[in-house]
Design a protein around this ligand. Structure first.
Ligand SMILES: Nc1ncnc2c1ncn2[C@@H]1O[C@H](COP(=O)(O)OP(=O)(O)OP(=O)(O)O)[C@@H](O)[C@H]1O
Length: 530
């Protein structure tokens, strides 16, 4: 009876000891990260067992290194000059005296670690392994204390249970942290992907307005999208007719200011005396003739974009004032007593080499750098000849729509000529060439090479004039007779084709040639491929 009662009371006291330990277990279970768990576990052991110190080292993601929280020090898991590698290799706890550790193990980091410990103390190192096989090794527990405190720990059932709980919670937290990290990475890369795809879609959309599939144009469209995402001042540089005006409008349209106004001014086209009041506005009576107060473009562009074309032609005095607007966001209309706030994005353009102008002291260097927060270079047409066909076809469509003409094509010979021309006026020049050729092309026909204006046709008309007057005025520098004869022949045929509106039968008759011969010559001279 008595022994049964004893057994019951022993069981009860074991149960109450276990229950008393529950808040401690709960502390571990409620850790929110593996770091917190390691710190709590170490603190708990140190306090409960009365140890000099306790810490948990963790094995990093590569499985190669044992790391210490809050410390750069690492231990190579395969370096047996420290005791942790032995514990990991054997999977068994190890107890050794600090004196022993100092003499027998010479890993520098480990030596540094034990140097601070009292010579009479002992190290007790326990392996920490997750039951879950996916990430078997978690780390090691390092306890420092007296030999008598540590000796009994190896097989202590309480310690074994503690290890099991610690490893279980650790493995769960590590798994959850890994999943969170993976999902964050996935979200980040999806966001990047979405951003990239969204930008590419916008750049593709721009291709309807900024035509051209050359790599230079594709890059330009991507930069326009990027520029539109910011409020930075944009400086467009490029030869005349390369599309600076178009790009400025595209930046505005794509920007957050697209609902606001787009105000443009050509600094070269306005007399110097007027430019300041055009930009800044003026108060009533500011100068003789200022009967009314007038808003300037800076004020009219409020909430939107101000486009200053030909900025290289802005007078120096005005450059200083513009710089002040850009830097302080404030300006004063002419004759006004108070300053006003400017809320605009500035896009400036020039075909002039501003750096040269700076050297010649015609342009302020500080303004140049302020304007060029987002510099954009527009490529000349001769550097993107691949775009000529696309541009030409689009301009033909525009012409037909504008003029109510039937659809019109362009012959390959004409396209070849377009491809070879020089374009000092860039896209504007190409557009004019096409408009002229469209106007000259008979209804129902396609644009033919002889209908293109320019050098060749000029040659043609001067050659024909001379032919009809007193013979050929020959250039002095002929060094290829056959080519020279071909040029004259080509000039004559072009001129006749123009005169007879492309009617080859009449041209042949007027030149005393059989139609077939004329057709052959046209082909050779690339006047027609039909
Ligand atoms: N990429 C393009 N796609 C379609 N049209 C274009 C393109 N680039 C230029 N153009 C056309 O060429 C002409 C000149 O363009 P724009 O006025 O934008 O050039 P610019 O560089 O501002 O010229 P400038 O320096 O002489 O003011 C316009 O008719 C414009 O529509």
């Amino acid at each position: 009876m008595t022994s049964a009662a004893d057994a019951t009371s022993t069981a009860k006291s074991a149960l109450s000891a276990e229950l008393a330990a529950m808040p401690l277990a709960l502390m571990l279970v409620e850790s929110r990260s593996t770091l917190m768990l390691r710190q709590r576990a170490a603190q708990l052991l140190q306090d409960q067992l009365g140890l000099a110190s306790a810490e948990c080292l963790y094995i990093d993601g590569s499985g190669r290194w044992l790391g210490r929280d809050g410390d750069e020090g690492q231990f190579d898991c395969s370096d047996f000059n420290h005791p942790y590698a032995h514990v990991i290799r054997s999977g068994k706890a190890l107890t050794l005296s600090v004196a022993d550790a100092r003499t027998r193990l010479d890993d520098a980091t480990f030596q540094q670690q034990v140097a601070a410990l009292g010579a009479g103390s002992y190290l007790h190192i326990r392996p920490l392994r997750a039951a879950d096989k996916g990430r078997e090794w978690l780390g090691v527990m390092v306890l420092v204390g007296t030999q008598s405190r540590l000796r009994s720990l190896t097989e202590d059932p309480g310690m074994v249970a503690f290890d099991a709980l610690l490893c279980r919670v650790w493995a769960r937290l590590a798994r959850e942290q890994g999943e969170r990290q993976r999902s964050r990475l996935l979200q980040d890369s999806l966001a990047k992907l979405n951003d990239g795809a969204r930008r590419q879609a916008l750049a593709d959309q721009l291709a309807d307005d900024l035509l051209g599939q050359s790599s230079a144009m594709q890059a330009l469209r991507r930069h326009v999208v990027r520029a539109a995402e910011t409020n930075l001042a944009v400086l467009l540089q490029g030869e005349t007719g390369t599309g600076k005006d178009r790009v400025a409008r595209a930046i505005h349209q794509l920007s957050g200011r697209s609902k606001g106004p787009f105000m443009a001014i050509n600094c070269a086209a306005i007399p110097e005396a007027l430019l300041e009041s055009e930009l800044f506005g003026h108060a009533k009576g500011a100068f003789s003739g200022a009967d009314q107060a007038r808003e300037g473009l800076i004020s009219q562009a409020d909430g939107g974009t101000l486009f200053l074309d030909e900025i290289g032609d802005m007078p120096l005095a005005l450059q200083a004032k513009l710089l002040r607007v850009l830097e302080s966001g404030r300006y004063r209309p002419l004759g006004a007593s108070e300053e006003r706030c400017a809320n605009l994005r500035l896009v400036a353009a020039t075909h002039q080499p501003l750096r040269e102008q700076i050297r010649e002291q015609r342009f302020r260097a500080d303004l140049y750098y302020r304007l060029g927060q987002f510099p954009l270079e527009l490529p000349p047409l001769c550097e993107r000849r691949d775009d000529i066909a696309t541009l030409a076809q689009s301009f033909i469509r525009d012409f037909c729509e504008r003029e109510g003409r039937d659809e019109m094509g362009i012959t390959p010979a004409a396209l070849r000529l377009l491809y070879r021309r020089d374009y000092p006026g860039n896209v504007r020049e190409l557009k004019n060439v096409i408009d002229y050729a469209c106007a000259m092309t008979p209804q129902g026909a396609d644009i033919d090479a002889y209908l293109l204006p320019g050098e060749q046709s000029d040659q043609a008309s001067s050659a024909s004039e001379v032919t009809e007057d007193a013979g050929f005025a020959l250039p002095d520098d002929i060094d290829d007779l056959r080519q020279a004869l071909r040029d004259v022949e080509s000039a004559i045929i072009r001129q006749r084709l123009r005169r007879f509106g492309g009617n080859r039968a009449q041209v042949a008759e007027s030149l005393g040639l059989p139609k077939r011969t004329l057709a052959h010559k046209c082909q050779l001279l690339e006047l027609d491929t039909k």
